[in-house]
Design a protein around this ligand. Sequence first.
Ligand code: ADP
Ligand code: MG
Ligand code: MG
Length: 254
Amino acid sequence: HIMLSIQGLRAKVADRDILKGVDLEIRAGEIHAIMGPNGSGKSTLAGVLAGREAYEVTGGTATYLGQDLLALAPEARAAAGVFLGFQYPVEIPGVGNLYFLRTALNAIRRARGEDELDAMDFLALAREKMKLVDLDPAFGSRSVNEGFSGGEKKRNEIFQMAVLEPRLAILDEIDSGLDIDALRVVSRGVNALRRADRAVLLVTHYKRLLEHVAPDRIHVMAGGRIVRSGGPELADELERTGYAWVDGARPEVE
Ligand code: ADP
Ligand code: MG
Ligand code: MG
């Protein structure tokens, strides 16, 4: 079934039109990648779907599991299973990493009418997921992302994702600046999430990540639109051709 259906989505940032009619459909069980040149609107699309406040939606629709996603507050989106992993994860000095995550998880569980996890059960869950991403348990008690290296922040994003178990994970350049070991760990986390009733939207500049996480579909974004879509082989072609061709490309009609 269809997990996310985006039609004619338009959005402004700081009074500039950035998304100019995005169409995209993701089915449950699929991993889609969005590639494209810098400034094409990839992060804007991710931010709009997660409900970040810098973006103003000016047209179109986004339907998530049959609900109007754009009508939901960001917390309601999270409770409904939407997760956004950031290109630049925020630091939250003075707030413990596990404390923060348990609060987020329990808010989601409450919104779903589930019992909160107590400290012991949460710790057991967190330990298991930290292993998945090779995150040292010491990172549990440190302030959220404070003083973490770039790679540690990205691992921490994947750790958060693994604990929250979203239905739809949107990962914005989660691979940028990672060495090969961190890239493998991040890929393992994404692959572990893969399930018939979940979907992943990966924003990436590089083919590297897609060698570890096999996408079902690849889309090229340029000028605020998806100008081309294809299967996994599109990544090889893009690596050969670069993105110079997208200037003047018209959205393809599928
Ligand atoms: P991408 O992720 O594809 O590199 P973005 O979605 O980040 O592209 O940016 C698309 C365009 O929107 C760029 O021209 C960028 O400068 C602009 N933009 C993004 N965020 C902001 C912001 N907060 N204020 C002003 N302009 C922004
Ligand atoms: Mg960018
Ligand atoms: Mg970006």
